[in-house]
Design a protein around this ligand. Sequence first.
Ligand code: NAD
Length: 353
Amino acid sequence: MEVFDMREFDGHELVLFGHDAATGLRAVIAIHSTTLGPAAGGCRMWPYATTTDAVTDVLRLSRGMSYKNAMAGLPFGGGKAVLIGDSRTAKSPELFAAFGRMVDSLRGRYVTAEDVGTTTADMAHVARVTRYVSGLGRSPGEAGGDPSPKTALGVFLGIRAAVRFRLGRDDLQGLTVAVQGAGGVGYHLCGLLAAAGARLKVADVLPRAVERVCDEFGATPVAAVKVLEEESDVLAPCALGAILNTRSIAQLRATVVAGAANNQLAQGQDGEALRAAGVLYAPDYVINAGGIISVAREYYGGTEAQVLEDIERIPARLTEIFERARRENRTTNEVADRMARERLGREPQRLVA
Ligand code: NAD
C-alpha cells in the first residue's frame, strides 16, 4: 500500500498503525493537521475488508475533521482513529485500554472520542490509561454528554439560515422537511422542526424509529428508498454518507439540502450538479459541528451555556458561505473547503468528498 500516493493522502502529518496481540487490537490513527491545536476526531470501529479500506477511511475522515474543526473556530486540528473489527463481537475493555495506550503515546497530539461503532462506555476504558479522550459524560450544567442533540440543534439553526437565504423566509411554519434517518440526530431534529411548525416526512430503515417520530411529532412516514425523491422544501439527510450523486441529484425535489450526515456528496463535483439544479446545499461539516463543539468544550472544561452560544454561531457561518458562493459563482462545498484550507494555511484544492 503506497500511503503517500493515495488519493486521500493530503499532506497528513502522521499515520500510526497499532497492534496488540493480547487483545487483537488493529488500529490506525491519522493526524491530518495540528496547525490549529491537537488533532481531534472520534474513534470508529468497523469491520473493514482490507487494511487499505481502513487507511482510506481514516485519511478521509481525519481531513474532514480538520475542516470541521477549523470552520467551527475550535482550538483543534483534525485527526481520526479506526479500529478494524466488528463492534458487535470484537470489543473488550482491554482492547480499548490498548487503544488508549496508543493514543497516550502521542502525548496529546491526538484527542479521541466515540464515533460509529464505539460508545461513551468504551471511551471510559480508554480514559483509564490516557487523558487525551473526550465525550465521557458530564455533571449537570457542564459541557459534554450525548452530542446528538447538540448536532441536531446546529442543523436546525442551519436549516433556518438556508431557508432564509434560499426561500426568503424567516420561519419554517408550514414548510415541508423530508428527514432521512430518525436516529440520534434525526429524532431530535424532528422535535425541533415540529415545534417550529414544519411538516415532516420521515424515513428510516428501522420501522420503530419512524413510528416514534410519527407518534411524538406528527410526522408522515415515507419509504426509505423514496425519501430523496420526496417533494419538499428541505431535505435533511441524517443517515448515510455519499447519498448525493449524479443519479440521486437528478431525482431530488427539494430546494434546500441541509442535514447532519457526514460526507453527503459522493464526490466534490456533485456540488456543481446541485447548484445547476438550483438546490442550495449546506456543507455538511459546517452545519453538523454541534457535536464536536460540545466535545471541545468538554475537553477544555466549559459549560453547557457556552456550548449553546458556540452552536448559535453556525447559521452566520453558513450564511457567509452561501453569500461567498453566490458572489464568486462557486459551489457552497467548494467555498467551504477553500475557507477551511485558508484557516489551515493550505493551498486550495479541488477535493473528492
Ligand atoms: P444513528 O445511527 O443514531 O442514526 C442513523 C439512522 O439512520 C438510524 O436510525 C438508521 O436506521 C437510519 N438509516 C440507515 N440507513 C438508512 C437509509 N438508507 N434510509 C433511511 N434511514 C437509514 O446516527 P446519528 O448519530 O443520528 O448520525 C446520523 C448522521 O449524522 C451520520 O451520518 C453521522 O455520521 C452524522 N453525524 C452525527 C453526529 C452526532 O452528534 N451524532 C455529529 C456529526 C455528524
